[in-house]
Design a protein around this ligand. Structure first.
Ligand SMILES: [Zn+2]
Length: 405
């Protein structure tokens, strides 16, 4: 897409915040290392040059859902084309190793910022984020999709002391105190301890992210929180009936807290036909190496969880013959329109989930193409002010409300 001078000016003025993305990293026996983050690597969706080219001022850099594996290979194979199967995902990190894994994530993000001081800086407050952006760098908030705290609020407080200001509660694996879109406890939602987690996050000033949460978890969080909450990367289920997307009721409930929903860039999240249209390489997507690992994790102590995660990630990824249908950014903007009509302009933002998407929407399949969103929104008739809100102003408002300036 070509960017008009007007769109470029709007984009340059906006506090462009991508509320959920990853960067390529590798797992060594002793640490997590980002891979050549300062190189503009072809085919990669996120690296520093692409963030720069996209005029991005702030990111929530996510360490994802650590060490998760489906303990049911048949279900994971079915899940390639059947979105609403129950893949029985568990994390191999339990107890103290949960905390060790989270600290390795923080260590990786902190060192990424320390080793690229001209481009990135770790932010712990809205004021810091604004100052970092004003100095021409990108503000990085440490984010995790799964709040692995070993069922211990002291760990949550320690993460906050390190700088965690926004966190997802749960990812692919349900935790003892919270369940997710894929699998529910009976009863579903938050346990009493889960409610304590929410209250402690409120007290500390940490934004609660309910993407990946079960519907009942979202309802329980909404009932318990005294502050705005977000779904950093989820789309309206009405337009693409994936369980990972959100129903109108839940979208309204999140907005009613004063919160924000960030749109997700996967084509399947935009149009479920893209999921049904996936073809190729089914067997290879759950190959023998991964099955061997499954055998090992079934035996307690047989595999170090860090070794497991490194091996699992090295063995993963789509085979080269796989086909992932995509839709154009314009269809994603339809989701923005839908959200704005449903919950209002104050409650919509941009999540993306870039770096590991096999089916990112065309013309927004890289952080470098973020100005295309501005162009597309202006062409739809959104005012410059409204575009600024969607590009990051709304998320920044929630952060200021929850974290304090
Ligand atoms: Zn996610």
């Amino acid at each position: 897409m070509s960017i008009s001078p007007e769109a470029q000016a709007v984009h340059d003025r906006a506090f462009v915040l991508l509320a959920h993305l990853h960067m390529q990293r590798q797992f060594t026996p002793t640490a997590i290392e980002y891979v050549r983050p300062d190189e503009d690597v072809a085919g990669r969706q996120v690296d520093i040059p692409k963030l720069r080219q996209g005029g991005v001022k702030c990111i929530w850099l996510s360490e994802g859902g650590p060490g998760e594996v489906s303990v049911d290979p048949a279900a994971i194979t079915a899940g390639q084309t059947e979105p609403n199967n129950r893949p029985a995902i568990r994390t191999v990190y339990r107890g103290a190793s949960e905390v060790q894994r989270m600290l390795r994530g923080f260590d990786a993000v902190a060192r990424l910022c320390q080793t690229h001081p001209d481009d990135l800086a770790l932010a712990r407050s809205v004021r810091e984020a604004r100052e970092i952006a004003a100095s021409g760098r990108i503000a990085v908030f440490w984010h995790s999709e799964a709040l692995l705290i070993a069922n211990d609020l002291a760990m949550l407080r320690a993460y906050h002391a390190l700088g965690m200001r926004v966190a997802g509660l749960v990812h692919g694996s349900p935790l003892d105190w919270v369940d997710n879109d894929l699998e529910q406890h009976d009863p579903s939602g938050l346990t009493e301890f889960g409610r304590q987690v929410v209250r402690e996050m409120n007290r500390l000033g940490m934004v609660i992210d309910v993407s990946h949460s079960s519907p009942q978890t979202v309802r329980d969080v909404v009932q318990t929180t005294r502050q705005p909450i977000v779904a950093s990367h989820s789309n309206p289920q009405r337009l693409s009936p994936l369980r990972r997307n959100l129903t109108d009721d839940l979208l309204r409930a999140i907005a009613d807290t004063g919160g924000v929903v960030g749109i997700h860039c996967s084509s399947a999240f935009v149009d479920i036909a893209c999921l049904h249209g996936r073809r190729g390489g089914r067997a290879a997507m759950y190959n023998q190496a991964r099955l061997d690992l499954l055998d090992q994790i079934a035996t307690p102590g047989a595999l170090d969880p860090f070794q497991y995660e490194a091996a699992m990630r090295a063995s993963g990824g789509a085979p080269s013959d796989a086909i992932f249908p995509t839709v154009h950014l314009e269809r994603l903007i339809d989701h923005v329109d839908y959200l704005v009509n449903l919950v209002g302009i104050d409650h919509v933002g941009i999540g993306t989930d870039l770096q590991f998407l096999e089916d990112a929407v065309e013309d927004f399949d890289s952080a470098a193409k973020t100005p295309n969103v501005t162009e597309a929104l202006l062409r739809r008739g959104y005012s410059a002010e409204a575009v600024g809100q969607i590009l990051g102003g709304n998320f920044l408002r929630v952060m200021a409300a929850v974290i304090g300036e």
